[in-house]
Design a protein around this ligand. Structure first.
Ligand code: AHR
Length: 307
């Protein structure tokens, strides 16, 4: 007999305690560790029995992790999909099992899965806008005559890498002072960012701006530049996204120019949105997080609270 799948995401019953799944994608950087901690901290306050997994950088393992959570009977799933396409089957499987899913911090390909249908909502930042704001800061603050840009991209196929590239590239292209001479993935990782920067520096010794899609790669790039005898903050402008402690320190030390915030502290928002959903409220398809901007003017004030 034909199985009918409802157009709406599964409802969430109102309960004293919830069995909550949080499927983390990797734990190789401070951002991911802070996000996982935020979910653990929230578990106590929000009456969750939390099952948290770590896919160790593999989308295939993340799919398997979600499978195992479904088998363990979670009430609700919080999922940061490592890449836009490979996690779609996991989202659909959770729905078929009657489990409402909230995407957190990263999204999936909108042509293949939809908010208000396959999943309840996406909780997160406007990545296109983050990239655009970095470009605008660069246009306003870069003092040289010609800006020669190396771009270090995030994880290939991930929503922040796609969107941060789009936002930055489109805005910077409108100013003829700037050229992006190379754009290559560093997988959002410090060490790969350093290695890629080392290689790109040999091919493009005239680089004077590095745009990294996250702070970890920006710090890696600073290490590579310093090793090559360059002076980040003086002869190379470093711009990026997140707001980690190391980046705020680098800004306050004058080595980095700007970082647009992308907060990892999703636990409290997840608790709030889930409660609203259980109460029968219609959730907006995109619960948007507003991001601050950290520059020399304010970076030092935020180091203590950073991760
Ligand atoms: O999805 C958000 C991004 O993922 C963060 O900017 C990055 O640091 C993390 O790995």
């Amino acid at each position: 007999s034909a199985v009918t799948v409802s157009a709406e995401p599964p409802p969430l019953a109102q309960k004293e305690r919830y069995k909550v799944g949080f499927s983390q994608m990797e734990s190789n950087n401070p951002w991911r560790i802070a996000e996982t901690k935020s979910f653990h901290d929230t578990a106590e306050k929000c009456n969750w029995d939390l099952i948290a997994t770590d896919a160790a950088g593999s989308a295939a393992k993340q799919v398997a992790d979600v499978d195992s959570m479904i088998a363990q009977g979670i009430d609700v799933l919080f999922l940061p999909p490592r890449e836009e396409k490979p996690l779609i089957p996991a989202v659909k499987k959770a729905k078929a099992a009657g489990i409402p899913t909230f995407l957190v911090d990263r999204s999936v390909d909108p042509n293949s899965a939809k908010a208000g249908e396959d999943f309840v909502a996406f909780l997160g930042s406007d990545f296109v806008d983050q990239g655009r704001r970095v470009a605008e800061w660069t246009i306003e603050n870069f003092k040289g005559e010609k800006g020669v840009i190396v771009e270090l991209e995030g994880t290939t196929g991930s929503s922040p890498a796609n969107d941060r590239k789009k936002g930055f590239d489109e805005r910077i292209a409108k100013d003829p002072r700037f050229t992006i001479v190379a754009s290559q993935t560093g997988d959002f990782a410090r060490d790969l960012g350093r290695q890629v920067m080392e290689t790109l520096l040999q091919a493009h010794p005239d680089v004077n701006i590095v745009y990294a899609h996250n702070d970890e790669m920006a710090i890696g790039a600073i290490q590579a530049l310093e090793l090559a005898g360059r002076k980040p903050g003086e002869d190379v402008t470093i711009v990026s996204i997140d707001g980690t402690r190391d980046a705020l320190q680098a800004i306050s030390d004058g080595k980095m120019g700007v970082t647009v915030e992308s907060s990892p502290f999703f636990g409290p928002l997840a608790c709030d949105v889930m409660k609203r959903y259980a109460a029968g409220e219609k959730i907006e398809p995109w619960v948007q997080v507003k991001d601050r901007i950290f520059t020399k003017e304010n970076a030092a004030d935020h180091i203590a609270e950073a991760y």
